[in-house]
Design a protein. Structure first.
Ligand code: CLF
Ligand code: SF4
Length: 475
């Protein structure tokens, strides 16, 4: 069903009382810190890559959505971590990726267990990273139980981006998510476990904020368990100075072997997720471009080049550092971003006279660089934007399977892709084959190729201008 446009408080459209993001500019030091972080800045994720090193196998709590042989659901989609690394192996891998991926800007530790439940390898990596590759930004994700004990050490190592997974601030909700924790050497269960966990999370966040660490909170939306509670979580955390709230869907399937998977607890639909994100956005920034990446992911968010950098594939000699190549990429990315911003401003000027009640939703196929540059049949995800005269705003990411696969199974995956963007008016792509073109048109989704290679927001606004000129009216 086509969605009516709704007011996203963080990135409000025309007609909404809240100012758009540009009108609420970040302080200069904060803007500088997020400018090249692909998770903290939606716009940066088109240009910059992160890598995770899986040096933290153990965990000090249990989540019903986690099975230890799978990635940490805090920061990962379910999937086995291919290799667990020692700190030496992690550094060898970081050097190899840094030499081969000029977009690399962030090195994160996000599992597969909890980094702060494994402080020795975690801090060994952070210390060497700071010494050996100081232009890369360290990042860390934790469940927060051990966080208060480590804030000072993190701050001393200039770790300025920390994510805490907070699924509740009410222990009665928490005991349905976290059955136990290990606290002071003993296992604590039930609401008492969640009470301790929540207190430690909030204490850790308070200390991070006091040390001017940019704190992001991840929350897993679990329908019927914490979906109605998360706006309260968001309010509480914003009040404490949390920078960004990443509201992400539960990924649950029986084959993952998790408690939720085995008991049939489902994840949210796209519409349910959007509703929770919208409710949480009433209090501040909500991240909508997270891909719940693996604890050993490498590359631009949405791509995973981890297999290219398996231990066995690393060069026997340490790779020569390529700091100057990364610096050149950063300078080039700034030029690309400046051109995209100029194109966006031009497009905004052209749609400024359109009735503010006219809005639409579109999908975009991209493989990076902030451009409409992916073939519809090759896309494995589509970015969905709402657009009106105030701008184009990311709603979320819809996963699809490659529809172009040489015959076998194409019909089923095409059906899936049509369903995934069934609420969109158009899909902007680099190219599209004749068969999917016809099916898209029959489904009322216009395939658009004449915006290929344009910057995404300008392309979406340009499509919108033509859409309105073609007779679209307020709905
Ligand atoms: Fe990794 Fe997390 Fe740092 Fe990013 S991921 S530790 S903040 S560098 Fe990013 Fe991946 Fe989402 Fe995490 S897309 S799962 S939010
Ligand atoms: Fe799994 Fe992460 Fe939860 Fe630990 S904190 S149980 S590793 S999801």
């Amino acid at each position: 069903m086509r969605s009516a446009f709704t007011c996203y408080a963080e990135d409000a459209p025309a007609g909404c009382s809240r100012p758009p993001p540009a009108a609420r500019a970040l302080p200069a030091d904060v803007a500088a810190r997020v400018r090249q972080h692909p998770c903290y800045s939606e716009e940066a994720h088109h240009h910059f890559a992160r890598m995770h090193v899986a040096v933290a196998p153990g965990c000090n709590i249990q989540c019903h959505y986690c099975n230890r042989k799978y990635d940490c659901a805090n920061e990962s989609r379910p999937g086995v971590v291919s290799e667990r690394l020692t700190p030496d192996q992690a550094l060898a891998k970081i050097h190899a990726v840094a030499a081969a991926v000029p977009q690399l800007s962030v090195v994160g530790i996000a599992g597969p267990g909890d980094p702060l439940a494994n402080p020795a390898p975690t801090f060994a990596v952070l210390e060497r990273l700071r010494r050996e590759l100081p232009d890369l930004t360290p990042c860390l994700s934790t469940n927060g139980l051990a966080l208060p004990d480590h804030v000072d050490r993190l701050a001393a190592l200039e770790v300025r981006h920390v994510t805490v997974t907070v699924n509740m601030v009410d222990p009665a909700v928490g005991e349905r998510i976290h059955p136990w924790i290990v606290w002071k050497g003993r296992r604590v269960r039930g609401a008492e476990a969640s009470r301790i966990l929540s207190e430690r999370q909030l204490e850790g966040i308070e200390r991070l904020v006091a040390r001017r660490v940019l704190c992001k909170v991840n929350s897993v939306v679990i329908p019927g368990v914490n979906d109605a509670h998360l706006p309260e979580v968001s309010r509480r955390l914003r009040g404490m100075g949390v920078f960004l709230h990443n509201v992400m869907p539960l990924v649950s399937a029986a084959e993952h072997g998790t408690r939720y998977g085995l008991t049939g607890q489902r994840g949210p639909t796209a519409a349910e997720l959007e509703a929770v994100q919208r409710a949480c956005a009433a209090d501040g920034r909500v991240m909508r471009h997270c891909r719940q990446c693996r604890a050993d992911a490498v590359g631009l968010i949405g791509q995973d080049r981890g297999a290219e950098f398996a231990l066995a594939a690393l060069p026997p000699e340490p790779a020569r550092d390529a700091a100057e190549v990364r610096a050149a990429h950063r300078a080039a990315a700034e030029r690309v971003r400046a051109r995209a911003e100029a194109a966006r401003q031009d497009a905004l000027a052209r749609v400024a006279g359109i009735d503010p009640a006219v809005r639409a939703r579109v999908a975009v196929a991209t493989r990076g660089g902030g451009l409409v540059n992916e073939h519809f049949g090759h896309a494995q995800e589509l970015l969905v934007y709402d657009v009106d005269r105030g701008g184009a705003r990311l709603v979320g990411v819809r996963r699809v399977e490659r529809t172009c696969r040489g015959g076998a199974g194409e019909e089923d995956v095409l059906e899936g892709a049509l369903r995934a963007i069934g609420d969109c008016r158009a899909v902007l792509v680099a190219r599209v084959g004749s068969c999917p073109r016809e099916r898209l048109e029959a489904a009322g989704i216009a395939p658009v190729v004449d915006r290929a290679q344009e910057p995404i927001e300008a392309a979406v606004l340009g499509w919108f201008e033509a859409f309105v000129a073609g007779g679209a009216r307020a709905r």
